[in-house]
Ligand binder design. Sequence first.
Ligand SMILES: [Zn+2]
Ligand SMILES: [Zn+2]
Length: 239
Amino acid sequence: MRSTKQQEYYKQLRDDISVQCSKSADVNHGSVISWGWCKKCQHDQPPRCHHCIICRRCILKRDHHCYITGACIGLANQRHFVVMNFYIAVASVVGLYFIAAYLADEFVPLADPSDYVLPVTLYRGAFGTNWIQTHHVLMIIHIYTLWWTGFAAVGFFLWHVVIISVGRTTHEVRSGAKLRCTATVAENFRSVFGALWLLNFVFPAHIAFQQTSNGIHWDNIKASTVAISQSRDSGLRNL
Ligand SMILES: [Zn+2]
Ligand SMILES: [Zn+2]
């Protein structure tokens, strides 16, 4: 249960949003996204906030639930998620390069093509030819894992760069939410990463540069009138 103070705070925010909505609907050919209500948490949901059944709480600007990190990716940690994927991708490529360079001397000249098939590698490493040693087997296993981690990290990284640049979330894309972002690409990146957003990829920039979005006000994200009426009918007002 929320305290009276919190209830008053959220009520004030909702009033602010309503005023903005009425002012901007005609001017911007779209409306500010309205607030919703979470039945499970029994409290108001700011626009773009969604409940996660795994985390059992509402997440501001929820993107998706990440099973690798065991947390929802949303307003507070999206910048860290993107940077994490960037470094996983870089580490995977670097790891693959050095393992391949080592095996090119130690393994490739003696290997049969079937030695690269993991079950065969494991069998021959344990019972087969003498020249396949334990570290060879571990490196072959590592090549397989690095391919997958690299592939997934590059995919997540590129996907988030794209959706951040257009001001969307994975949740909104999946649900087909009819939104229109009026911010520039640079503003969208600052919304997630803060000022000088590229610095996030070379040092922990969140210490110095806070993201510009507060997760409550989304002045640059508009919903069409049709989308709002549909979502009100279905009781899912915040897209
Ligand atoms: Zn909730
Ligand atoms: Zn979650």
